[in-house]
Design a protein around this ligand. Structure first.
Ligand SMILES: Nc1ncnc2c1ncn2[C@@H]1O[C@H](COP(=O)(O)OP(=O)(O)O)[C@@H](O)[C@H]1O
Ligand SMILES: O=C(O)C1=C[C@@H](OP(=O)(O)O)[C@@H](O)[C@H](O)C1
Ligand SMILES: [Mg+2]
Length: 161
């Protein structure tokens, strides 16, 4: 069983995924980490040197590799944009169970303001600019996120710091 966590950047996919996998004692993979291993570069460097289109192709390739593995149970933290390009969301839903981590945008904006250096698409000057950017991005992406099998409200969810 493949459990794909999807949702906005900063919603908690990586942190929640790690914790769930450790509680359930099943493997955890973070697609962004696999992309960095494949490219031998950090995500910001991929964006800077190769551009977003190249990053999206690497992301798609990593997703295909995860799905092509022999049957296994694991938690997969996707990147925020992963379900929103190519036919990725259809493939995710055919291969496993998708869980949308539903975190309010104002919470994400608080988390990401001044701490977005590892997310090249979200380099905003202040809270207001970050919030506006997130609203705009969510407007484009919600059609994909809302195809999730399960919606997990993260408002009351805590993760170890
Ligand atoms: N439920 C939570 N409560 C408080 N902070 C959280 C929670 N989930 C994530 N965070 C924090 O928010 C930031 C982004 O989380 P992360 O797991 O990297 O999100 P994503 O993988 O969705 O981009 C991290 O600093 C993380 O510690
Ligand atoms: O929203 C996006 O397009 C992205 C989100 C990031 O992952 P997180 O959602 O884990 O931050 C990472 O894949 C990349 O910076 C692009
Ligand atoms: Mg992440």
């Amino acid at each position: 069983m493949l459990i794909f966590l999807i949702g906005m950047p900063g919603s908690g996919k990586s942190s929640v995924g790690k914790q769930l996998a450790s509680e359930w004692q099943i493997p955890f993979v973070d697609m962004d980490e696999l992309i960095e291993q494949k490219a031998q570069k950090s995500i910001p460097t991929i964006f800077e040197q190769d551009g977003e289109a190249h990053f999206r192709r690497l992301e798609q390739a990593v997703l295909h590799e995860i799905i092509a593995q022999p049957p296994t149970t694991q938690v997969i933290a996707t990147g925020g944009g992963a379900p929103c390009f190519f036919d990725n969301m259809d493939r995710i839903n055919r291969a496993g169970t998708s869980v949308f981590i539903d975190t309010p945008l104002y919470t994400i904006a608080q988390r990401m303001t001044n701490k977005s250096q590892d997310r090249p698409l979200y380099q905003q000057a202040d809270y207001d600019a970050m919030y506006q950017k997130l609203v705009h991005t969510f407007g484009q992406r919600k059609q994909f996120y809302w195809q999730a099998n399960i919606f997990l409200s993260a408002t009351e969810l805590s993760v170890p710091s």
